[in-house]
Each structure stands twice: as C-alpha cells, then as structure tokens.
Design a protein around this ligand. Structure first.
Ligand SMILES: Nc1ncnc2c1ncn2[C@@H]1O[C@H](COP(=O)(O)OP(=O)(O)OP(=O)(O)O)[C@@H](O)[C@H]1O
Length: 351
C-alpha cells in the first residue's frame, strides 16, 4: 500500500552534465552464486547516485569492482570515457563497507599517511587532514588512536579518509549506517557540496528516506540486476495513477459512487478512516483514462462535500518493497534468461 504523501514533483536538480563514471554490463560470480548480472548504469558529473538493494543484492560487489579491488568476470568500468587504470583509481575516494582503518594508529597520522599514498605533499596532507577532521567533527580526536573512538566517530574518520585527497569521484559503501542524526546531516552536506563541485558521488544505503531526500538519481538492484533506474521523480511516476479522496459522507456511499465511474477502482483506507484510495488506469494510448479524475470528482460531489482530492505517488520505500517483494533468497543462482525483467524509466530507456 503506498503511503499517503501528496507531493508536488521535486525539482530536477541535475545540471546538464557529462557522464563521468560508466558501469557497463558487469557480471560476477562467486562459485555458484551469481552476484552481478549484466549490471549497467552511469553516474554523471555533479550527481549523487543512490545505490539501493536488499542484503546480498550485489552493491558491495559492484563498488569493489569500480575501485579495482575485485575483478569482474566481464564488463567494464569507464571514467571520462577511458577504462580505469591504477592512476585514475588513485583519484577516487572510497569508503569500503569493511572500514579499513588501522585501529592502533592515531587519527591524524593515519589520514596524513593515506593522503600521502594518493600523492599529496606532507604540507598539503596536513592542511587537508586538519580541514576535514574539523569539518567532520573529529578535529579534537586527531591525536587519539582510532580504536578509542566510538564507531560513529570512526566512521567520520573513514569519510575523512575518502575525502582527504580531494577525489574526483566518490564511492561510498553504506556511509550513513550507524551515524547519529547530526553526523547524518554533516555527511549529507558534504556529499551535496562535493557533487555541486562536479564530483560524481555514488553511495549505497538501506536508509531509503535519506536516499530519497539526497539523491539526484537512484538505482534499485535486485539479485545482481538493475531493476529500476532514474530520478526519484521518474521512479515515482508509476503506471497506476492513485488519488486520495476524502468526502464528508458515508464511506460506503462514496465507494459506490466512485465505482460507478468506468475503469476506476477504489477502496477504503484502514489507516485513514473516511479516506478512499482511487486507482485510475494510466492515461496513454489505449488507456482512455485521461480526465477520469474529473468524473470521480463529479461522482464524489454528488454524495457530499469533498474535503480533499489529490494524486498520491509512491515513496521510494514503496517502490523498493514492490521491486523486492517475493524476493528469492539473495544467494540463489538466477535463471539465465533474465526473466525478472527490469523497470527503467522512459528517460533511461531512450538514452
Ligand atoms: N567473497 C565472497 N565469496 C562468496 N560469495 C560472496 C562473496 N562476497 C559476496 N558474496 C555473495 O555475493 C552476493 C552479493 O553480495 P554483496 O556483498 O555484493 O551484496 P550487498 O548488496 O552489498 O549486500 P549488503 O546490503 O548486505 O551489504 C551475495 O549473495 C553474497 O553472499
């Protein structure tokens, strides 16, 4: 059941931008487990891309392949039109799921060391470490061993490690997990700021409200395949047009009146007494439902005063549930014919 949000379409924040990171037809097996199957998507300059999927869907595998810490069985990862090599990967900032900090090393020392590995001079590294640890709220912990920090603060340090060399691409595996709300806000601001500076940002997350709020585009992956890809707004535009209707009248009478409109389904909402969810067929070639909402409104007005009547669109969490519902065990081997199909937005399909 879609939640009852009636939102105006979100503004498209995407600048007209070049595709910087292209993930093309990646496939990967671990023995009998098919972790990725022909996974293709792109992340554009200045865009925050949210990578979502159930546990075991293949997100970490895809991110590791992007970073070159894991080899794909087939497929390519291109940056700025060229296949990635060691040099270009040094320009990436990566926050691995397994969090690779040295527990017994001091925060500042460790970050300066990592910045040096990315080719920064000691002076530049020291400046950047000071700037990022201050920004991420762990400036006063620079002289403490990593293991003495709370897990959330270690995560802030891990983000500093991904950012310290001013990366041209950011790939972050579950950067928000375990963060307190203040740290979530800081992390969100930093990602938006980096994207606004032209950096393609990709992160995985199970926090769908956050993904919905923060990301310009989203990919929903299921069992190693991309199932839905597009802006939040595009993904929320479904074939089923649902409207929420509230009338000052007996709900049974409202339902009867609405059902009398040809091609319209309706049912009462348990969680919102008196409200009726009206489902119109999609307007489009052959659907013949354009203007059906006017017929519904007229029918409703005939039984009582209409308190509200407006379109309802699914949240990202609704879409996600719809896509992964009936999921088989994530570790299963999948049929080679791609029978699960893939939902791409019109814009993506045309691209
Ligand atoms: N080293 C490995 N050896 C064998 N199987 C693996 C290995 N790493 C991952 N897998 C399997 O590959 C599939 C994809 O795993 P992956 O970690 O990429 O998923 P994920 O989407 O990141 O999951 P989560 O949200 O739980 O982190 C899963 O079925 C997983 O069990």
């Amino acid at each position: 059941m879609p939640s009852l949000r009636v939102d105006p379409p979100a503004p498209d924040r995407r600048p007209a931008a070049a595709t910087l990171l292209e993930i093309g037809h990646l496939s990967k097996r671990y023995g009998a487990v098919r972790a990725l199957h022909d996974l293709t998507f792109e992340v554009r300059s200045g865009e925050i891309f949210g990578f979502v999927g159930s546990n075991g869907a293949g997100k970490t595998t895809a991110m590791r392949i992007m970073l070159g810490v894991l080899a794909a069985d087939s497929g390519t990862v291109r940056w700025n039109g060229a296949e990635l090599d060691l040099d270009s990967r040094r320009r990436f900032g990566y926050m691995p799921e397994e969090r690779g900090l040295y527990p017994k090393m001091k925060v500042g020392e460790q970050l300066r060391f990592l910045a040096g590995l990315h080719g920064m001079s000691p002076a530049d590294a020291a400046d950047a470490v000071e700037r990022w640890t201050d920004r991420l709220g762990v400036g006063d912990r620079r002289n403490d061993n990593v293991e003495s920090l709370s897990l959330g603060n270690q995560q802030r340090v891990q983000l500093a490690a991904a950012l310290v060399h001013d990366p041209a691409v950011l790939v972050l595996d579950e950067p928000f997990s375990g963060l307190d709300p203040v740290a979530v806000d800081i992390m969100s601001d930093v990602l938006r700021e980096r994207a606004d500076a032209g950096v393609p940002v990709i992160f995985s997350s199970h926090q769908l409200d956050l993904v919905e709020r923060l990301c310009d585009r989203v990919g929903i992956i299921r069992a190693g395949r991309m199932q839905a890809l597009g802006t939040i707004d595009e993904l929320r535009t479904t074939d089923r047009l649902q409207w929420l209707l509230e009338v000052e009248a007996d709900p049974g009478a409202v339902l009867t009146a609405v059902h009398a409109v040809p091609g319209v389904q309706a049912h009462a909402l348990d969680e919102r007494p008196g409200a009726v969810l009206v489902e119109l067929a999609a307007a489009g070639p052959g659907a013949g439902a354009a203007g059906a909402e006017q017929d519904v409104l007229r029918a409703a007005l005939a039984v009582g005063a209409v308190r509200s009547f407006g379109p309802v669109r699914p949240t990202l969490a609704d879409l996600f549930r719809e896509i992964v519902s009936g999921d088989e065990a994530p570790d299963a081997v999948h049929s080679p014919d791609g029978s699960s199909g893939s939902r791409r937005t019109t814009a993506e399909a045309a691209a």
